[in-house]
Every structure is written in C-alpha cells, then in structure tokens.
Design a protein around this ligand. Structure first.
Ligand SMILES: Nc1ncnc2c1ncn2[C@@H]1O[C@H](COP(=O)(O)OP(=O)(O)OP(=O)(O)O)[C@@H](O)[C@H]1O
Ligand SMILES: [Mg+2]
Length: 412
C-alpha cells in the first residue's frame, strides 16, 4: 500500500516541522556552508539587521575545544572581506597570521617592551573626547584594581586627566595621567575640596593600579603615542596578543587594545564601511568586570558604528561564570548574550546542554542534538530562527584554519 502524497508550501511545512523545513535565511550574503535541512546557508549580520530579522548584528560563537569555532570565524571574516568589510581581530593565541596575510596585512604583535605601541587615550576627537577618555580610563582602572572605583578615585581621575590633557596640549598618555595622579596639583585638590596630600593618599592605589598598564608585563605597549606608521585603517588588522595569553595581564591587554582601536570605527563608519571585530578566546577575559564592560559598550555601539562584534567562548556558563550569580560582572557578561542575536553553537558537553537550552531558548530536540554535533557543524540561532549548518571549507581556506598542525608535528 502506498500512502497518498501530501503537498504543502514551505511556509506550512515550516510551521509543522519547526527547524526542519525552514526557509532560507537570506538570498544574498556570505556563504557559510550547507543547511542540513536543505540548501545553502548564507549569513550577513548587516543584511539581517536591515531586514529586521535581528535587532543587533553581533555574533556569539560557543563550542567545546577543537570543534571548529576559530575555523568558522576565520573563513567568515575572509569571505566578508571580499564584500569590502573591514576585519579587526584580537588574537590571544596568535593563530590569525595566515588570515592576515591572505588579506594583505601583517599581524601586529603586542609584546612586553616590543616595537609596537598603542595609546588607548587616542580616542576619536569629537565633542566628547574628554568624556570618552574618562570612561576608558575608569574601565581600565577597574580592570587593574579588580574592583569598581570609589567616588573620590573617580573625581581624582577626572582631575588628573584634565591636568595631563592640558599639559600635553592634545592627547595625553596613560603615563602622564598616572604622574598627575601620584602628584595631584593644587587646582585638582581644590576642585575636589581637599588638600594635595590627602588627595594623593586617597588616589594612590588607583595610581598604582593604572601604573600596571605602563610597567611590568604591559610595559612598552600603551605608555606612549601610537607608533607612527601603524595603519589602523588597513582593511585587515590582526592584533597578536599571544605573548600574554596565559598571563593575568591579558584582561588589561584586551581592554587597552579595544580602547586603542576605537578611532577605527569612527573613521570606517564615516566612510560608510562596515566592520567585523573578533575577540577570539573571549572566555579568558570575560571574568574581568572592566573588560566585560568594555565589550558590552562595544556591543551596544555596534549598530551606531556599523560594527558586528564576534566573541568566541566555550559554553554558556563562561558568561555566567564571569562573576557570582546576580553580581554586576555576571549581569554584564550575560548582557552580551542578550546583545548577540546570532548565536553559533558548536558541540557542547552533555553537562552544558541544559544551560545552552535555557539561555538560547532552544527546543528539546534541538538541545538534544548539541552533544552529538560533529566538528564543523553548529546550530545557528538567528533571531527567532534556528538552522543546523555544516561549515564548508575550500581547499585554499584549509591553510587558513589549520590549528592541528602543531599537534600532528608533536605526534610524529
Ligand atoms: N568545517 C571544518 N571542516 C574541516 N576541518 C575543520 C573544520 N572546522 C575546523 N576544522 C579543523 O579542526 C581543527 C580545530 O579547529 P579550530 O581551531 O577552529 O577549533 P576551535 O573550536 O577554535 O578550538 P579551540 O577551542 O581550541 O580554540 C583545525 O585544525 C581545523 O582545520
Ligand atoms: Mg579556537
């Protein structure tokens, strides 16, 4: 006996079999690979935002070690560059060199006492450059002190920044602000209704905390003007942070680098150019309140600046683990999830599936598949829709993404 054929539109089938017969997300965009429920899968955060499918262009990429997160991000950037998008990568493991070269750029390596300097206070000039600098400095200070600033420290910082800006007659450096904090002027003390010595004492730990940015492991990176000749406006910018990947200075390094790159977005958006900002291994810095705040402000500014931010973490609990439940750090990090309307979830450990199911609003069956996804296949949740996608690589791209080479070398 043969069952009679049943005909229905794709819209009807989509309703009957959610996630199994969905319409293609977009007609035009960057090809990612194969939608396992049929057809090709293309994605474009800006086109999706324009079409109202998502309310922000940011992406969060989750997955266990070695499942293909970075490989996806590399080819995603490579393919977007072909459409004129500017690519900026914070590369904590030093694995994006081949991508940089393929895009005609040299990675910039930030190393202790190295040859490249960035001034995080060189924010885009504009009406509120002073306000932006103060916000950057107070986030950097939060990172260095590992606590929020006291009101007197905030006041002292503002006065020191004022002083240093006046003395520099332009863009001050962190070193100059630290000097002004260590020896506050009479005028600064008067502004805050106190004496010079009392102010110096109250802001001493702040000064010593910020001093970390210009001494110790971070020396020579952020203590002077941005190195002349550094092309921050290049089409591709890969900042290699691997010298400090396992160091406790990594959060401060990431925060300073993001701050120093801020002028890029202004210039690009003035030219009408869209950009991708990648923070790979973001899990390693999200526990830091200052960095989590930095990322959050970058995520929130995404639409205004024409930037799609891409953060890579291992699991949802990397976000919750940023601080104790309900703490400011945890709320800030969880806010990143809310501000990332495209979530790409590679395989998760069985113990993590429940958290992913709740956080991403997945159905039971979808969540159940997460523990079994093979390398290179991920569940893409884009706004309210989900797609199971196999990331496909071209032969040329394989050389951009091979992070197993060292492993194979070690086994030989
Ligand atoms: N879609 C794919 N097709 C074929 N090979 C892939 C694919 N994705 C990743 N790989 C290979 O798998 C290896 C690991 O990938 P990748 O470095 O992207 O993992 P990861 O999830 O970023 O890991 P980690 O958490 O350690 O950073 C790489 O050598 C890469 O070449
Ligand atoms: Mg990786």
């Amino acid at each position: 006996m043969k069952a009679p054929a049943h005909e229905a539109t794709t819209a009807q089938l989509g309703g009957a079999f959610p996630f199994m017969a969905s319409r293609p997300l977009l007609r035009h965009g960057v090809l990612v690979g194969r939608d396992l429920h049929g057809g090709a899968f293309v994605h474009d955060p800006f086109a999706l935002y324009g079409a109202g499918v998502v309310t922000n262009p940011n992406l969060l990429v989750l997955g266990q070690i070695g499942r293909g997160k970075s490989a996806l991000v590399k080819t995603y950037c490579y393919r977007h560059a072909a459409f004129g998008r500017r690519i900026v990568v914070l590369d904590p493991k030093g694995e994006y060199g081949a991508l940089a070269e393929a895009l005609g750029a040299q990675p910039i390596a930030l190393r202790p006492a190295g040859t490249v300097r960035l001034n995080p206070l060189e924010v885009a000039t504009g009406d509120d450059a002073a306000g932006r600098r103060l916000a950057l400095l107070s986030s950097l200070a939060t990172t260095c002190l590992e606590r929020p600033l006291a009101p007197v420290e905030h006041g002292g910082l503002e006065a020191a920044l004022d002083e240093a800006t006046r003395a520099a007659r332009g863009v001050p450096t962190v070193k100059e602000v630290v000097a002004a904090l260590l020896e506050p002027s009479q005028a600064a003390a008067r502004t805050l209704g106190t004496g010079r010595r009392a102010l110096a004492e109250e802001t001493r730990s702040l000064a010593l905390g910020l001093r970390r940015l210009v001494h110790g492991e971070l020396r020579g990176m952020f203590d002077d003007a941005t190195s002349p000749g550094l092309r921050l406006d290049a089409t591709a910018l890969v900042v290699d942070l691997s010298a400090l990947f396992r160091s406790s200075a990594l959060p401060a390094l990431v925060a300073c680098t993001i701050a120093a790159l801020e002028p890029i977005w202004k210039v690009a958006s003035r030219r009408g150019q869209q950009s991708l900002l990648v923070v790979d291994e973001a899990w390693a810095v999200l526990g830091d309140l200052g960095v989590a705040r930095f990322l959050q402000s970058s995520w929130k500014l995404a639409r205004a600046n024409g930037v799609a931010n891409i953060a890579v973490v291992h699991r949802v609990s990397d976000l919750a683990a940023a601080g104790e439940r309900g703490s400011v750090a945890a709320q800030v990090a969880e806010g990143l999830l809310a501000d990332s309307e495209t979530v790409v979830c590679f395989a998760q450990a069985p113990a993590e599936v429940g958290a992913a199911e709740r956080a991403l609003g997945l159905g039971r069956r979808e969540a159940g598949s997460l523990a079994r996804l093979p390398r290179g296949t991920a569940l893409w949740r884009v706004g309210a829709r989900s797609h199971l996608v196999e990331h496909r690589l071209s032969p040329l791209e394989r050389s951009l993404v091979d992070t197993d080479a060292a492993l194979r070398g070690a086994q030989r």
